[in-house]
Design a binder for this molecule. Structure first.
Ligand SMILES: NC(=O)c1ccc[n+]([C@@H]2O[C@H](COP(=O)([O-])OP(=O)(O)OC[C@H]3O[C@@H](n4cnc5c(N)ncnc54)[C@H](OP(=O)(O)O)[C@@H]3O)[C@@H](O)[C@H]2O)c1
Length: 436
């Protein structure tokens, strides 16, 4: 089941990469974000193991420059070209190269390095991460949207380039570890855990009145705003189902979600002999990040150690799909080809008291997606959201329907989920489901 694209690590650095003494060169995409900062923390604690080649961000010039100086990066790149002058000014005299723009971002991702840690948020991470993949590098993948929005294309690119993919999303890192020595035919099911988010025990009525501030108070994890909001609706867990589907080449029916409020067990794998293995760790992204950088070796992290007696109880519940519809929607998408489209949201930026609702923030529709017998490519999957309810922006939609699942009724019809925030409401008149 763990397919060839997840090769065990070799000691040999990628072509042209590597430094003297076996120190690994690492490029961090999305360095100013939550996962990016965890990555630079791990690297900073292990200077004998890692050196930073390039760091990137979207528009946060000052923070990026400070980080680049602190971690002694060779190159700092912003996606937003309008902030180039500011970045150059912040880096003047440091000897660190500055660049900006989409092309520069892809070039940074493709520069010789032993590992590219992909932690840009959203579908914006797709093209730079594909640039890293195309070089046959190790890609430590935090950005789930690469798989959620273009899973089939992404995995084909990994296979074609002979890249090595190590998942960093904590649940998928757990599964990756649990499957390391498993025979594919022995694997019965994969169980991803979900904390349940801040609204786990809220009634539907109360949910309707929830605010963004409340949604942003995750009980266990400290993360970026988008993923925190997605965790409150359980959409994040839905995306993780799709992510696991592509990463581990399992049938949708082999993937389960259980709510585990303590967030100590990150995933479990059940085998044909009735045994089940679990991976446990305190909820701290530095553990899966360290593994992504160092696999198959394990390195020191300051992650709090688990005290089982102090924990006392680990509990598990079935997710309530009446209150949290996102899981069912994601499953529907996965079963018709595995896709979802994220509409860039202002909700996560405004922080206003706009009412929050997991029910109205999520919609799904059956749409005609690019099919045909050829291999889909990224250009073909950039479908305007106009296809789904006339929204203005363009989002990435996967074109992996064809032959992806025996449940696919028609190769050209796929269920697409579009979700957004309450700051950018979906049109009120939008039907729940709309045939093409
Ligand atoms: N946070 C977690 O604990 C966690 C756990 C598992 C998986 N993940 C996944 O990891 C990814 C990153 O999450 P995060 O929580 O670290 O996000 P975050 O804190 O919001 O950080 C996002 C990073 O991406 C950059 N970025 C945003 N838009 C960009 C664009 N259009 N072009 C180039 N760079 C852009 C940001 O730069 P600026 O600072 O300039 O905006 C920032 O460096 C997501 O896919 C998420 O689902 C996160």
């Amino acid at each position: 089941m763990v397919s060839g694209q997840m090769r065990p690590a070799t000691d040999a650095p990628a072509d042209g990469a590597g430094t003297a003494g076996g120190v690994k060169l690492v490029t961090v995409l999305g360095a100013t974000g939550s996962v990016g900062q965890s990555t630079l923390d791990v690297i900073g604690r292990n200077p004998h193991l890692f050196q930073v080649e390039a760091v990137t961000a979207n528009s946060n010039a000052k923070a990026l420059a400070q980080m680049a100086v602190r971690c002694k990066a060779r190159l700092a790149v912003l996606a937003d070209e309008t902030r180039y002058g500011e970045l150059r000014e912040c880096l003047s005299g440091s000897g660190i190269e500055a660049a900006a723009g989409a092309g520069a971002l892809a070039e940074a991702a493709a520069r010789p390095a032993d590992c590219v840690l992909a932690a840009i948020s959203g579908a914006a991470g797709l093209m730079p991460t594909l640039a890293a993949v195309s070089q046959g590098r190790r890609v430590a993948l935090a950005n789930k949207e690469c798989l959620v929005s273009a899973g089939r294309i992404f995995m084909e690119a990994v296979r074609k380039a002979g890249a090595e993919l190590v998942p960093v999303d904590s649940e998928h890192s757990a599964v990756f570890q649990l499957l390391a020595s498993a025979e594919p035919e022995a694997i019965e099911r994969i169980v991803l855990t979900a904390s349940g988010g801040p609204f786990r025990t809220w009634s539907l009525d109360r949910l309707e009145r929830a605010t963004p501030e409340q949604a942003l108070k995750h009980p266990n994890w400290s993360m970026g705003r988008k993923i925190t909001i997605d965790s409150a609706t359980l959409m994040n867990k839905g995306l993780e189902l799709i992510e696991a589907y592509h990463l581990f080449s399992v049938a949708p029916a082999q993937l389960e979600v259980v709510v585990h409020p303590q967030s100590i067990v990150h995933a479990l794998v059940g085998f044909r002999d009735g045994s089940m293995l679990a991976q446990l760790a305190d909820p701290d992204m530095r553990t899966p990040v360290a593994l992504g950088l160092s696999w198959p070796a394990r390195i020191d992290t300051p992650t709090r150690r688990i005290d089982l007696v102090e924990l006392g109880t680990l509990s598990f519940e079935r997710p309530d799909e009446t209150r949290f519809r996102a899981l069912g929607l994601a499953r529907g998408a996965m079963e018709t080809g595995g896709m979802a489209a994220y509409r860039p949201a202002s909700f996560t930026n405004t922080g206003t008291s706009t009412p929050f609702s997991s029910r109205t923030a999520t919609r799904s529709a059956l749409v005609r997606t690019p099919g045909g017998s050829g291999t889909p490519n990224v250009t073909r999957v950039l479908v305007p959201t106009a296809v789904v309810w006339g929204a203005r922006r363009t989002v990435a939609v996967a074109a992996c329907a064809e032959g992806a699942s025996p449940a696919t009724a028609s190769p050209r019809m796929s269920r697409v989920i579009v979700w957004c925030d309450m700051g950018e409401r979906l049109p009120r008149s939008a039907p729940e489901e709309e045939p093409p």
